[in-house]
Each structure stands twice: as structure tokens, then as C-alpha cells.
Ligand binder design. Structure first.
Ligand code: CUA
Length: 316
């Protein structure tokens, strides 16, 4: 119970642990409603008890009490809450985004395509991880490649749907460095619950360094075992769906793997990223995440599988 409460108030995916102005505004509205609703509940229950045990029950059923408690009070409190909520929503939506870093995020069954839109016409593709600089507004341009998904980073902003044929814009800001977790919040198929992602907020210079690293093509493997993994990766046709920039692999159906070794997780937040999970994923992805678009590649011998996993892990 203690840890549940602790996670609720401090967790990396808790709307009650805001790390930016949008989420802070939403959290304050939540607390106002929670505390206000609690006080009103206590007041009404006390009034009821008073009425039940009072000698003068008739007075409690009088017209004045009904009008005051049943019409005037809810009208005033709910109207005030409505105005407060609308003003708050206006502030959130109106957050300035001119010149903000723009990141296109596309929902896919069941992962997130993430593209840094370069001002120089050079876009940088990654997946399942959104890196942002701290202390400045970031603009996410949201759409979907298939069905409706919904992007929610509870510590940073409210949720916003990704709708076929539509583009939605979410502007938010992270106030302090850290890793925040997001999750798809619209049922989108069998693996909906396994469609998560990380938001990593860095100081500005660290973010610039990260983006520069992501923009580079994949490094050539220097070790024979890893070169063998690269050969197997290319020979098995992985490049039909995945791109590794700097190699012939240029598929666009699945996540860009150019720097997959730098990511914290694989399969959209489903597993930690290491050689073991990578090998397991290649051999048995349908078992690990049913109905995802990648078939099981259970044709490799153990050592081949280890070589491919080592190659992917080397793509930092
Ligand atoms: Cu994507 Cu639920």
C-alpha cells in the first residue's frame, strides 16, 4: 500500500507527479476537484446526520433548504469549476510553440514512429523514445498509420488522440531532466497494453549531442562477431522492414534501428534492451507481444542469433 501511494505521488507515469507546466495545471485541477468534492461530501453527510437526529426534521425539508442546497449551491460551485476549467484548458492549448522543436510522432500497431523534423530538411528517425530538451516548449505533431491511438505522458501533459487522416498538435515542456513514461491510452488492438514509450528530458547541450548522434549513420562494426551479425541481419531480409542508415537496410514498415542500441527498451517499452531480450524478440516476437507486425524468425542457430543481437546492441 505504501509503495502504491508512493508511486502514485512520485512515479514516472503519474499525473500527480507533474514535471512540466501543462501537467502541473492538470494536477492542480485534479486536487481542487478531489479536495473540494471531499469537503462537500463531508458537509452533506454531516447535514444528513444532523437532519436524521434533529428534533426539528420539518425544517430540513423546507423550501429554503431545498433551493439553497439543491439548486443554488450546485449551480454556483459547478459554474465556478466550469469557468476555472475552461480558463485552464485555454492556457494549456495556447502555450506558444513558435520556433519550438517539432517532433512528428506516428502511432503504429503497436509502437511509436518518432521523427525529428530538421530545419535543414534532414529528418532524424527513431522509435519508441522521445528525447526533449529541458525548459523549452516542444511540439509533437501526432498522427497514426493505422487505427486510433492516444498518446499520454501523464507527468508532462494531457492525453491526445492520434486519428487516421488527422493531425493533432501537443505542446508541452519538461521542467527538469529525467525519464518519463508514456503509454497508448486508446485500445488499438491485441497488444495495446504493450504500447508504451519513454520521454527522456536532457539539458539543452546534452539533448543537442543526443540528436547529433542519432543523425549519424550506423557505425561499422569493428569486431568479426558483430560483422557476422550484420551480415546475417542483411541476409535474412530484416532490411525489408527496418532501416539501418549507412547499410542497405532501408525498410520503412518497422522501427528505424540505426541507433537501437542506444534505447532503453525494445518492443515499445515492453522489455529492457539487452542482448538477451533482443535475441528473444527476434526468435519469438509473437510469443512476447502477440499480434505485433513482426513474424518470429526462429530459423537461426543459437550463435547466429547471438551475433545478430550483438550487432543490434552495438548500434549505439
Ligand atoms: Cu496504440 Cu493503444
Amino acid at each position: 500500500m505504501g509503495t502504491v501511494l508512493h508511486d502514485l505521488l512520485t512515479g514516472m507515469q503519474s499525473a500527480l507527479a507533474p514535471a512540466g507546466p501543462n501537467a502541473a495545471a492538470i494536477a492542480s485541477l485534479t486536487w481542487i476537484m478531489f479536495v473540494g468534492g471531499g469537503l462537500i461530501f463531508v458537509f452533506v453527510m454531516s447535514f444528513l446526520a444532523w437532519a436524521l437526529w434533529s428534533e426539528r426534521r420539518g425544517w430540513f425539508a423546507g423550501r429554503g433548504i431545498v433551493i439553497a442546497g439543491g439548486i443554488v449551491f450546485p449551480l454556483v460551485t459547478l459554474s465556478a469549476l466550469l469557468v476555472f476549467g475552461l480558463l485552464l484548458a485555454r492556457d494549456i492549448v495556447a502555450r506558444p510553440s513558435d520556433g519550438a522543436l517539432t517532433i512528428a510522432v506516428t502511432g503504429e500497431q503497436f509502437w511509436w514512429r518518432v521523427r525529428y523534423v530538421g530545419n535543414d530538411g534532414r529528418d532524424v528517425d527513431t522509435a519508441n523514445e522521445i528525447h526533449v530538451p529541458v525548459g523549452e516548449p516542444v511540439k509533437l505533431v501526432l498522427t497514426t498509420a493505422d487505427v486510433i491511438h492516444s498518446l499520454w505522458i501523464p507527468t508532462l501533459a494531457g492525453k491526445l488522440d492520434m486519428i487516421p487522416g488527422e493531425t493533432n498538435t501537443l505542446v508541452f515542456q519538461a521542467d527538469r531532466p529525467g525519464v518519463y513514461r508514456g503509454q497508448c491510452t486508446e485500445y488499438c488492438g491485441a497488444a495495446h497494453a504493450l504500447m508504451a514509450f519513454d520521454v527522456v528530458a536532457h539539458p539543452a547541450d546534452a539533448f543537442a549531442a543526443w540528436l547529433e548522434g542519432q543523425a549519424r549513420p550506423a557505425a561499422d562494426p569493428g569486431i568479426p562477431f558483430i560483422s557476422r551479425g550484420r551480415e546475417l541481419f542483411l541476409a535474412a531480409g530484416c532490411g525489408a522492414c527496418h532501416a539501418v542508415r549507412g547499410t542497405p537496410a532501408d525498410g520503412r514498415l518497422g522501427p528505424d534501428l540505426t541507433h537501437i542500441g542506444s534505447r532503453r527498451t525494445i518492443a515499445a517499452g515492453s522489455f529492457p534492451n539487452n542482448k538477451g531480450t533482443l535475441a528473444g524478440w527476434i526468435a519469438s516476437s509473437q510469443h512476447l507481444k502477440p499480434n505485433n507486425r513482426m513474424p518470429d524468425f526462429n530459423v537461426f542457430a543459437g550463435e547466429e542469433l547471438r551475433a545478430i543481437a550483438a550487432y543490434l546492441e552495438s548500434l549505439k
